[in-house]
Design a binder for this molecule. Structure first.
Ligand code: NDP
Length: 340
């Protein structure tokens, strides 16, 4: 069967300088490969679009190796088994895999996580019940540690990481201040139960943030950097914790921001206020915490304490535009491509 099928793919054509453009992506089609021993042939149903992929398109040093020009763009997928040469997997099984931006992939069974479509919508494995939800959980549990009555601030707050951060913090008794781009998103933050919702595109974020956090900020879950962090820094309380999770405002930057070097002021604040700034990549905590996360998050979803939103675009060919749009903030919830 597999030699009669074509696999449409999107590959890295060239490395972007600044925001990716159509020229950085190459669309092609090749014959579908057959699975070898211990492997399965998968058809991609849903593809996750994630900000980290922008880093992999670049060859700047980072925590993970860059993609090579010509590689299929990387990404987590919810896929269906089409052919199996692996024990325990049969055609029709639905799995979480890492198939990337293509319609079919051949994967070793050891890299798959079986999904139960009756337990939760399968797309949640890419968002609230997957890597982004776990990132929120782990960053809070290991670093942020919000306490009852404390104030937590998070930006990109309607995205899969930020929305989980704010809702988990509220379950733990903290006040959650969400920052997002535009009125539709801030209205949604109120629906999710955030105590305050601020639009970072409206004027005077520093003044509005100070009013929304009258007792200062105890936990700032850093997703974006840039002007949001500049507004947060003066409001951090003594012993505040800052899980540094992402810097979405800078992913397309081609150099350092204009203006004076502010690192001395930052280090001064770290010292004077005994701040904890701790970067993390979620994989660090997965062995110790992923099972706890799945259990707790499944419970919070079932009880309605954590809600989620998905922004699903039809068609693999639209992945580049949707990806660039997500980095700009055009997504409303977890960005997903419906491939087949
Ligand atoms: P989102 O779906 O939230 O998408 C990114 C969002 O960033 C945009 O929607 C936009 O939201 C916001 N944004 C973009 N530019 C700016 C800006 N200049 N100022 C303020 N906000 C901006 O993404 P995720 O939830 O998947 O990821 C959130 C963060 O977590 C990212 O930084 C990501 O890299 C990081 N991450 C880190 C992991 C780790 O292991 N450390 C794992 C997973 C994610 P808006 O319109 O509201 O501004």
């Amino acid at each position: 069967m597999s030699d009669t099928l074509l696999n449409h793919r999107i590959r890295l054509a060239s490395r972007p300088h600044g925001e990716p453009t159509a020229e950085n992506f190459q669309h092609d089609a090749v014959a579908v490969a057959a699975p070898g021993d211990g492997q399965v042939l998968l058809r991609t149903r849903y593809l996750s679009l994630d900000p980290y992929v922008r880093g992999r398109m670049s060859d700047a040093p980072s925590y993970a190796a860059p993609m090579e020009v010509g590689d299929v763009i990387v990404g987590a997928t919810v896929s269906e088994v089409v052919e199996s040469e692996a024990e325990g997997y049969s055609p029709g099984d639905v799995v979480l895999s890492y198939g990337g931006w293509q319609e079919y992939s051949v994967e070793p069974a050891t890299r798959l996580r079986r999904l139960d479509p009756d337990a939760a919508p399968v797309t949640t494995a890419l968002g609230v019940l997957g890597m982004p939800g776990f990132t929120a959980y782990a960053g809070l549990r290991a670093i942020g540690k919000p306490q009852p009555g404390e104030t937590l601030v998070v930006a990109a707050a309607t995205g899969p990481v930020g929305s989980a951060v704010g809702q988990i913090a509220r379950i733990q008794g903290a006040r959650a201040v969400g920052i997002a781009g535009g009125e539709r998103k801030t209205a949604h933050l109120h629906e999710l139960g955030f105590d305050e919702a601020l639009d970072h595109r409206a004027p005077d974020l520093p003044g509005r943030l100070a009013a929304a956090a009258p007792d200062g900020i105890d936990v700032y879950f850093e997703n974006v950097g840039g002007p949001v962090f500049a507004a947060v820094l003066p409001l951090l309380n003594t012993f505040a914790r800052v899980p540094v999770c992402g810097l979405a405002a800078t992913y397309n930057a081609t150099g350092l921001p204009e203006g004076p070097d502010r690192s001395a002021a930052l280090m001064g604040a770290v010292l004077a206020k005994s701040l904890t700034l701790r970067g993390f990549i979620q994989t660090e905590f997965a062995p110790a915490m992923f099972e706890d996360f799945l259990r707790e998050m499944t419970g919070w979803i079932a009880s309605g304490q954590v809600r989620w939103t998905e922004d699903i675009t039809d068609g693999l060919e639209h992945a580049p535009d949707a990806f660039v749009g997500m980095l700009r903030g055009e997504n409303f919830g977890k960005a997903i491509i419906h491939v087949s």
